[in-house]
Design a protein around this ligand. Structure first.
Ligand code: GRF
Length: 200
């Protein structure tokens, strides 16, 4: 069974969806670790409830980003982690982890990239007044939400849509799409994964 570490900074609902899929056998992987850079984040409570080990680690306690990531890397190596899954991890991945896990780090972003990268993608989409937004899963490189796209799903922005209603629709898709895409990646189907889906 391949071992995955999930990185999260906030609520951790995607982390939970992935962990539940793994525990149910829908995703053939072991979620070996949650890495959380925000002490007190709800993701940590979810990990405790699911019985998944957690590394809570604050960058402020390290002299540099490289030192912070080196500490994480040593933990990942000690657990034989093969893949890093970012799920609401609010930090750019630096060279230390990128080089060690080249081509093995993925992220989920709540827009149809390359539209609306960075923070508050849902707010950006609403402000732009577009009719369709969505979710993108992509490989991670040194940029902000810029790596090669693996999969995307589109979501219609209805008239009168609020931030809350749109976020709810997007998250519902994320929670099913992310485990499904990870399963395909683990089965070596990453190359043929350039697929799209529409959800209304
Ligand atoms: C998700 O919407 C994801 O697309 C973005 O951050 C959010 C994390 O939500 N990168 P959660 O912490 O998984 O609930």
């Amino acid at each position: 069974m391949k071992k995955i570490a999930v990185f999260a900074s906030g609520s951790g609902s995607n982390f939970q969806a992935i962990a539940v899929a793994a525990q149910a056998g829908i995703l053939s992987a072991e979620i070996s670790l949650l890495v959380c850079d925000k002490p007190g984040a709800f993701a940590v409570d979810r990990a405790d409830m699911l019985g998944i080990p957690v590394l809570v680690i604050s960058p402020k306690s390290y002299p540099s980003k490289a030192a912070y990531e080196e500490e994480i890397l040593q933990k990942l190596i000690s657990l034989d982690v093969e893949m890093i899954v970012l799920a609401g991890y609010m930090r750019l991945i630096g060279p230390t982890l990128l080089e060690a896990y080249e081509g093995k780090i993925v992220n989920i972003h709540p827009s149809l990239l390359p539209a609306f990268p960075g923070k508050d993608a849902i707010g950006q989409a609403l402000a732009a007044g577009i009719e369709t937004t969505g979710v993108t899963i992509h490989y991670v490189d040194e940029g902000m939400d810029t790596g090669p796209i693996i999969a995307s799903a589109s979501v219609r922005v209805e008239a009168g849509e609020t931030r809350e209603s749109l976020q709810k629709k997007i998250q519902r898709i994320e929670h099913s799409l992310y485990p499904e895409v990870l399963e395909k990646l683990l089965n070596g189907e990453g190359e043929v994964l350039q697929w799209e889906r529409s959800v209304h």
